[in-house]
Design a protein around this ligand. Structure first.
Ligand SMILES: O=P(O)(O)OC[C@H]1O[C@](O)(CO)[C@@H](O)[C@@H]1O
Length: 199
């Protein structure tokens, strides 16, 4: 008996509720999971001491099939806030299969996608309602909430892409930091960054 094809799925990305109705997966990241992500260690420890225990960000996904050509679709929801002068952000990763691309579509809030190539390019691209960011393969990527509201994005990538987080850890963090600048944001170099190295 063949299990092909997978059943079609109707999804409702509910940005206000931070829910992907119809999805089949979810994970959450709390402040305590994000040790080492922010440069200002004292500010991180102070935030942790005052933390009420809500997630900083969460991801809900739909992956109805696996194998060649399968897609993962999801919603990513990132609370507003700062640690020191850095905005709340996702851990960031390179796809384990590095040539896998990803599409992000802004649902609510004001964000920046920080995109870095392994050979030294860094781009910060704004994302918000009605804007999409197409991330080709081979870019390390992270979302950053530079607004006062939750940042919600819908994303889609090949289900076999995987995530390599170590590439950022080995490099001492991403090349640039996204930081508060008055009422807005800017980027500045991360002095700890030592360059990306594949294993
Ligand atoms: O996997 P990370 O880097 O913690 O961040 C979660 C991010 O990953 C994705 O789920 C998929 O790449 C993003 O939509 C989301 O912002």
């Amino acid at each position: 008996m063949s299990s092909l094809p997978a059943a079609p799925v109707r999804l409702e990305p509910l940005a206000d509720e931070g829910v992907l109705r119809g999805g089949d997966g979810r994970y959450e990241k709390f402040l305590g999971d994000l040790a080492g992500l922010y440069r200002d260690e004292a500010a991180y420890r102070a935030a942790l001491a005052a933390d009420a225990g809500a997630p900083v960000y969460w991801v809900e996904t739909s992956t109805p099939e696996h194998g060649d050509g399968a897609l993962t679709v999801g919603i990513s929801v990132l609370e507003p806030g700062t640690i020191g002068d850095e905005f709340y952000m996702t851990r960031g990763h390179l796809h384990r299969l590095a040539d896998r691309a990803e599409l992000y579509y802004g649902l609510s809030g004001r964000g920046v996608m920080l995109l870095e190539s392994l050979d030294g390019e860094s781009r910060a691209v704004e994302i918000g309602p009605g804007t999409a960011v197409h991330v080709p393969g081979h870019w390390v990527h992270r979302s950053v909430n530079v607004g006062e509201e939750r940042l919600a994005t819908l994303f889609c990538y090949p289900a076999d892409a995987g995530q390599d987080y170590e590439i950022i850890a080995r490099a001492g963090g991403m090349r640039r930091l996204v930081v508060r600048d008055g009422d807005g944001w800017t980027t500045r170099p991360n002095p700890d960054h030592t360059g990306y190295r594949r294993d």
